[in-house]
Design a binder for this molecule. Structure first.
Ligand SMILES: C[S@@+](CC[C@H](N)C(=O)[O-])C[C@H]1O[C@@H](n2cnc3c(N)ncnc32)[C@H](O)[C@@H]1O
Length: 148
């Protein structure tokens, strides 16, 4: 899942990596962005892999349970009012052992606010499996603990 996908800067390569045996759910509040993403998916030959989903501004739960292997939360969590709800629902949507790459832009998000979001992710049940997987910026890997 690419949550907060916009026009799919990451969704297209995620779909190329996933291949025709899988699906990439692309979620955003902006229908305009999802329309652009669908056009780009056709252009790049991955439209059969991509499923676009529009959600409401205050975040509403998506009806998926223990289905996801991986989710990307890139430069979006700081825009979501109910961060705790997002992490809780993300936890429920992932398979046991599923991973989230959670990253925020340094310019917009203070390290202390990033840390607060990580605490919300931990409250939802995630553990931090790798801090700083990318050299620069605010970024962690979260994992749905196989022991839970
Ligand atoms: C800064 S952009 C990042 C786009 C993309 N992840 C990237 O890194 O290229 C944030 C995106 O998150 C979307 N967004 C904001 N609030 C959201 C919410 N509550 N649920 C889902 N998407 C949301 C915005 O519409 C926008 O497309």
């Amino acid at each position: 899942m690419d949550y907060g996908c916009a026009m799919g800067y990451f969704s297209i390569p995620l779909a190329q990596m996933t291949g025709t045996g899988g699906k990439v759910y692309c979620v955003d509040i902006q229908n305009k962005m999802l329309d652009k993403l669908q056009k780009r998916a056709v252009k790049y030959g991955v439209s059969s892999i991509i499923r676009t989903l529009q959600v409401g501004k205050n975040y509403n739960a998506i009806d998926l349970h223990e289905e996801l292997d991986f989710a990307l939360l890139f430069a979006v969590v700081h825009e979501v009012p109910d961060k705790a709800g997002l992490f809780r629902d993300m936890f429920a949507m992932l398979k046991t052992g599923g991973k989230v790459l959670f990253a925020e832009p340094k310019g917009h998000v203070k390290p202390t606010d990033f840390e607060k979001s990580i605490q919300l992710a931990k409250t939802a049940g995630f553990i931090v499996s790798e801090a700083k997987p990318m050299n620069d910026g605010l970024c962690v890997f979260l994992v749905k603990n196989p022991d839970l």
